[in-house]
Ligand binder design. Structure first.
Ligand SMILES: O=P(O)(O)OP(=O)(O)OP(=O)(O)OC[C@H]1O[C@@H](n2cnc3c(O)ncnc32)[C@H](O)[C@@H]1O
Ligand SMILES: [Mg+2]
Length: 203
């Protein structure tokens, strides 16, 4: 059976494909496909106030348009000193057109006067899977850390260049190997938890 991964973010998609390839049971018979492998459809506006709500929105839209079981991720960086923002607004924090560089510049400026001991933050991720028969699953994951004062590293995407995870002090998540990021990331945790449930749901 084909499983649609509904993301337009190439780097996120790469992470999702990689983690699913490793953690979907080998005998699940699931073939993971992307939005480029299906007939194009209008993607929903991500206007829910929660990661869970937006992940479900994206997964339901995939099912409605393609009839395929669909998995979607909604994620973001929640900064303590900004009362949890950018949160669900992370992708478009500095306005259109979507730009990781401008988002990072804006975040740095907003945290300019925030001292080191108050720069705590976490990445959050909700992964939703929707079956064409209407059954739905949602799992959440998080990664705690701090926002540093200058960009560092070239791996990952988004705010990784500004984020040092508690589980890997001294380097940003953009300086970690793919494997090291997946092992501790919000997305890695959520996808590892949901993978066996997806196999069950679609088995
Ligand atoms: O909605 P899709 O099409 O999947 O792609 P997107 O990039 O718009 O994804 P989201 O709506 O979930 O927004 C997530 C944003 O949060 C940030 N983000 C999420 N996970 C991240 C990670 O692992 N590392 C760095 N930034 C991340 C980054 O800015 C993303 O663009
Ligand atoms: Mg999005």
């Amino acid at each position: 059976m084909r499983l649609l991964v509904a993301s337009r973010n190439a780097k996120k998609l790469e992470e999702m494909r990689r983690i699913l390839a490793e953690h979907l049971p080998a005998d699940s018979g699931l073939e993971v496909v992307g939005l480029d492998d299906v007939t194009p459809f209008e993607e929903p506006v991500e206007d829910e106030p929660t990661f869970e709500g937006n992940a479900l929105l994206k997964a339901r839209a995939g099912v409605a348009a393609t009839g395929l079981p669909t998995i979607a991720d909604d994620s973001g960086l929640c900064v303590d000193a900004l009362n949890g923002m950018p949160g669900v607004l992370s992708a478009r924090w500095s306005g259109p057109p979507k730009s990781d560089d401008r988002n990072n510049e804006l975040l740095l400026a907003q945290l300019h006067d925030v001292p080191d001991e108050r720069r705590g933050a976490h990445f959050a991720c909700a992964v939703a899977v929707v079956h064409p028969d209407g059954r739905e699953l949602v799992v959440e994951g998080r990664m705690d850390g701090v926002v540093i004062r200058e960009v560092r590293g070239s791996g990952g995407f988004g705010y990784d260049v500004l984020f040092v995870a508690d589980d890997h002090p001294g380097v940003t998540t953009a300086e970690l190997s793919r494997e090291d990021k997946d092992a501790i990331s919000h997305r890695g945790r959520a996808l590892r938890e949901i993978a066996p449930l997806v196999a069950q749901l679609l088995g």
